[in-house]
Write a protein that binds this ligand. Sequence first.
Ligand code: ACO
Length: 435
Amino acid sequence: MTERSGKTVQLSDPASGRSAALPLRTGTIGPAGLDIATLPKELGVFTYDPGFGATAACESRITYIDGEAGVLLYRGYPIEQLAERSDFMEVAYLLLIGELPTAKQLTEFTANIRYHTMINEWLKRFFEGFHHNAHPMAMVSGVVASMSAFYHDTMDIHNPRHREIFAHRIIAKIPTIAAAAHKHSLGQPVIYPRNDLSYTANMLHMLFAVPCEPYEVDPVAAAALDLLFVLHADHEQNASTSTVRLAGSTGANPYAAISAGVSALWGPAHGGANEAVLAMLEQIGTADNIPKFLAMAKDKSSHFRLMGFGHRVYKNFDPRAQIIRAMCHKVLARLGRSDNPLFELALRLEEIALQDEYFIERKLYPNVDFYSGVIYSAIGIPRSMFTVMFAIARTVGWVAHWQEMISDPAMRIGRPRQLYTGPTRRDYLEVKQRR
Ligand code: ACO
């Protein structure tokens, strides 16, 4: 039985005759959360919530999402305003520090990131151990974890200055590591960063330049990449961010925690969806095949899902998808690829799916990754690198959440409960007695 009065919810269990007064915790916006921490002690039960659809694991001041209304705020600022008026370095500062920087703070922050763009030459050698067709996510995850073997001097997680240096290092170096993974796949030499370029222009330079020819970064491509990075920078307690928090809650070094985040992002239900969308569009091929693939997506006996559709939180629209959709048109037109057949196919698929009863009933709309792959491929980024690009942008969010958690005096190791459904107690049998 439950009864709500003021700021508590009274829960009583007639079977045991026990009751508990559970406090309602309120944030600055959004629904209140019922604090159930005392439930096992007071009522002798715990809560069951696979997938954590109804469970907050922490308080956070970084990002707010209202899935029904399609709202996404970074530190209170709407994503639409940041996408139009800000850029990735400024958004990174905002997410990490909590406020928009002054001109001087932004210059200092950007200079700090630029200072750390090179990677240790010995770290570069790690790539030689990977087979040429290794997935870049495997290489990035492994090499990021290995960074902990290089920076012992600044890995005291309780030292705020060490945490700051870590933040600058990982944000600065992950594009260099990602580009090195790409160059390894191609069998080309690793290209050193250029600190006179912006974050995303340098990323494109490291991906596409070769030592024997001059390379000029396309400003349209750099601007498009910057926008994608802004949109992907954080998304509150998603699977990879929760993974970073959980790994970090053990006191593990931050490179290990970020590497865990990279691995969690890889799955097709999360960051791997952008790669999967392009694979799906290529598989569909032409618009007349769409009905066949829609039928497959609706068929519960098939594992096929419409990649880039649906979201755990957004149930009306993904505000990032709307921004990207508009950007997609602009980028393709400006790069002279407005007749991109995959984009045409994506628009047709979106149109047909959005009129389909199955997708309407389940509130399945295109998410951010439905369009991002089309932009990445227009820029010339290979499909296997799409999720890596997402990881570079999301590193900022991971670091912001890790910092927030570590600096919280109430931090505890994350340790979910379980509902045990295995055998009850039984006695060991000697091997000859077993059948
Ligand atoms: N295609 C077909 N059916 C779908 C899809 C889809 N893409 N997504 C959800 N459904 C159906 C489910 O089968 C289920 O149907 P049912 O009620 O008849 O059983 C219903 O919609 C609800 O789906 P759930 O899996 O319960 O939703 P959940 O919130 O757990 O999953 C997720 C969200 C993982 C994003 C899911 O929609 C999905 O797999 N989408 C495709 C992958 C994708 O695009 N991922 C990117 C997410 S965004 C990001 O990480 C940046």
